[in-house]
Design a protein around this ligand. Structure first.
Ligand SMILES: N[C@@H](CCC(=O)N[C@@H](CS)C(=O)NCC(=O)O)C(=O)O
Length: 402
């Protein structure tokens, strides 16, 4: 439209020029007059034709600018929210003033609620050790009881900062769930428990029996493998919680109960007549139990890992919750580095230099924690065996602090 008008205007103007402005002929004058009028009309039309286009262009520009402003405002708001959010688990923990530690719903020796509502056990003490390392106070822990099914989701979603729940470190869990295992605080294996009246003394005699087992565990999978590989039959009786599984075994709803051996010893003690049940000698799997963290935070992963190593080193170097104060006067370079007087101290972990001192002072070395919760000073009376330090015939070993 604009193009057509422009062309008409150009032709008319040309005709006007060609007609000669100086002509005196009346006919010519009339023609000139009509061409002048035509040019004016065309110019006016052109102006009008250009007007809406200009407005539309301006509208488009305004819209684009508005969109840009909205998007910038949104970016600003997002950045502000992100800036308000702690960027690391350590930051979050320090801000909230406690650690959210995922534990079991109740497993004697590992994580068990006491009658006065407190928690005790090897895993519970490890939660406390991480609280001592980071916040400087082992009591700053909020225990979140989790079933087997809930545990990994709770860690992934951030409901817990740390999962210390007699959880077996496996390839699948370490690689497919967005979590990392930070070490092994108890080397376990899966076993079987039966009533003496069943007249069975080895797992090879369990063909055709019914077995109580908890769902969502490595236990369930190992059980299936064990019987299938040996072409033995069994009837699984599956429950979601520890309480139900043990309850069913007690009531005689299955012949056999299977889980981590440490837990079997604990449950045996909880029987009305512990001597009426026996834990069979076989271990059918490896169950290295350890703390797990989310996979997106190396600093937190390192803090948890080195808290465990500190407890192991302290045992190795003979530093306990009792002796650690005196050790401040020690000349032993290993001990001085262990308690943060020399060496890398807390910097690399983003912690205070006395972080490891606090772990040992408030919770103790690995041996102290082990004996108190599952070992000889506890009702479970588990021997160190494979959980002894490497120099005592076990496999517990920590990399050097230097
Ligand atoms: N270590 C195995 C088994 C862990 C497990 O959950 N075991 C049961 C039986 S000992 C348990 O802890 N139950 C306690 C609860 O349900 O809170 C795993 O990681 O899958």
């Amino acid at each position: 439209m604009k193009q057509t008008l422009k062309l008409s205007l150009a032709i008319t103007t040309l005709a006007f020029l060609l007609s000669g402005c100086d002509s005196n002929n009346a006919q010519d004058k009339e023609l000139i007059k009509s061409l002048e009028t035509k040019i004016q009309t065309l110019e006016k039309q052109l102006e009008q034709a250009e007007q809406p286009a200009a407005t539309a262009a301006a509208d488009t520009d305004t819209k684009a600018l508005e969109d840009k402003i909205i998007s910038l405002e949104k970016q600003l708001a997002d950045n502000k929210t992100a800036a308000d959010q702690p960027s690391s688990t350590l930051e979050k923990v320090l801000k909230q003033g406690y650690i959210q530690c995922g534990v079991s719903t109740g497993l004697p020796g590992f994580s068990n609620p006491t009658e006065n509502g407190e928690w005790e056990g090897l895993d519970v003490e490890f939660c406390q050790a991480v609280a001592a390392a980071t916040i400087g106070d082992k009591t700053k822990v909020k225990y979140i009881p989790l079933t087997t099914k809930e545990r990994f989701t709770a860690l992934q979603s951030g409901e817990v900062d740390l999962l210390v729940r007699n959880t077996t470190w496996t390839l699948h869990r370490d690689t497919a769930l967005g979590i990392n295992f930070a070490g092994v605080n108890y080397y376990d294996g899966q076993g079987f428990m039966v009533k003496k009246s069943l007249g069975v003394s080895t797992a090879m005699e369990l063909d055709g029996k019914s077995v109580c087992v908890q769902s969502g565990t490595t236990t369930e999978l190992n059980l299936a493998d064990y019987f299938k590989f040996r072409e033995m039959k069994y009837t699984p009786v599956v429950f979601n919680t520890e309480e139900e599984t043990v309850g069913a075994f007690k009531e005689g709803r299955c012949d056999v109960m299977t889980t981590d051996q440490s837990a079997l010893y604990a449950h045996r003690l909880g029987m009305d007549e512990p001597d009426s049940v026996v834990v069979l000698p076989e271990l059918i799997s490896k169950e290295p139990l350890g703390p797990a963290v989310r996979a997106d935070d190396d600093q937190w992963f390192n803090i948890v890992k080195w808290t465990l190593y500190t407890m192991l080193h302290a045992e190795d170097l003979g530093v306990s919750s009792i002796s650690v104060d005196d050790m401040k006067n020690s000349n032993d370079p290993d001990i001085r580095r262990l308690i943060g007087l020399d060496g890398p101290k807390g910097k690399g972990l983003g912690l205070k230099d006395d972080w490891s001192f606090q772990v040992i002072k408030q919770v103790g070395n690995y041996s102290e924690s082990f004996e108190r919760t599952v070992g000889m000073s506890s009702p479970l009376k588990v021997r160190r065996d494979v959980n002894a330090l490497w120099r005592d015939g076990g496999i517990q070993y920590a990399p050097p602090i230097r």
